[in-house]
Design a protein around this ligand. Structure first.
Ligand code: P6P
Length: 280
């Protein structure tokens, strides 16, 4: 596992450089989710593949930017699912973006996730890893230096509501409104990594990307985005559920690009989700 984290650190440093130099133009392809790929998406994916391919304990790599997993070492133990540059379309507005990694064993199902990590490329480059605990590191020179353990309080002040509001179901609209009526502050950039990182660092709140009338299964991908963050939020003392109130990490992924409605937050906010979704 340590070798994988070290490969993630090498990838993060290289991608941080690419963000500074690669143009924001579009690549000619689209990814499996039908999203147009930026040259940066393809470059970031290639960098991570190059670095992780050096780790002999890895059996399979699955990327959000590739249709199918690739085999690294038939005898390897770990499966790594990753989103190489989540929110990449925000780069040309100079907003923060990130890379997300899930480390699995046997399959890409939620229960088989062993550890996860993400990198935030913002005013600073930061890494958060979650094996036993959720731990935060900052890139200083060539090294990631330990900063702190991340812990969520029972209740926060941040509300990060994803999805197109005109497609929200009525009960979801009522949930979001109820938090604002309690005085929660809207904090939503459209980048999953910085939006979830902010709630972790500030100690609490709710990030939601629900099922909507146009996307009943939500938008965020289980293997590359949702399961890794669910692990991090739980290791920080929070909760991570779907629209039926189930722990996200108990869900299967029948194919690697599958999406799910998802809610990440402190215990108070997740209980409210269950109430408004009739799952309390
Ligand atoms: P919306 C970025 O494209 C992304 O995949 C996540 O980083 C982010 O949370 C979500 O989509 C934003 O989607 O529909 O709210 O713009």
């Amino acid at each position: 596992m340590t070798e994988i984290i070290e490969a993630i650190k090498r990838s993060a440093k290289r991608i941080a450089q690419e963000i500074q130099t690669t143009d924001f133009g579009y690549h000619e392809g689209t990814n499996e989710s039908g999203e147009q790929q930026l040259k940066l998406d393809v470059r970031s994916d290639l960098i991570i593949e190059e670095e992780l391919a050096q780790v002999s304990s890895i059996k399979l790599l699955a990327s959000e930017e590739k249709s199918d997993p690739i085999t690294i070492n038939e005898e390897g133990r770990y499966l790594v699912g990753y989103d190489p540059l989540d929110g990449s379309s925000l780069v040309d507005t100079n907003l923060s973006v990130g890379s997300i990694f899930g480390i699995y064993e046997k399959s890409f199902n939620g229960p088989d996730l062993l550890a996860s990590a993400y990198v935030v490329y913002g005013p600073r480059v930061e890494l958060v890893t979650a094996t036993i605990k959720a731990e935060r590191f900052i890139l200083q020179g060539d090294d990631f230096v330990y900063l702190q353990e991340l812990a969520l309080k029972d209740k926060g002040k941040i509300n990060a509501p994803g999805g197109t509001q005109k497609h929200w179901y009525p009960h979801h609209k009522k949930l979001i409104q109820s938090l604002f009526e309690e005085g929660y502050r809207l904090r939503y950039s459209g980048g999953m990594v910085p939006d979830l990182h902010q709630i972790l660092v500030k100690g609490g709140g709710l990030f939601s990307y629900p099922g909507t009338t146009d996307k009943p299964s939500g938008k965020l991908r289980k293997v590359f985005e949702v399961f890794p963050f669910a692990n991090i939020y739980e290791k920080a003392g929070g909760n991570a559920i779907d629209d039926l109130g189930r722990r996200l990490l108990e869900l299967p992924a029948h194919e690697v690009h599958e999406t799910t409605p998802c809610f990440f937050g402190s215990s108070y906010e997740i209980q409210k989700v269950k109430e408004y979704y009739g799952q309390a």
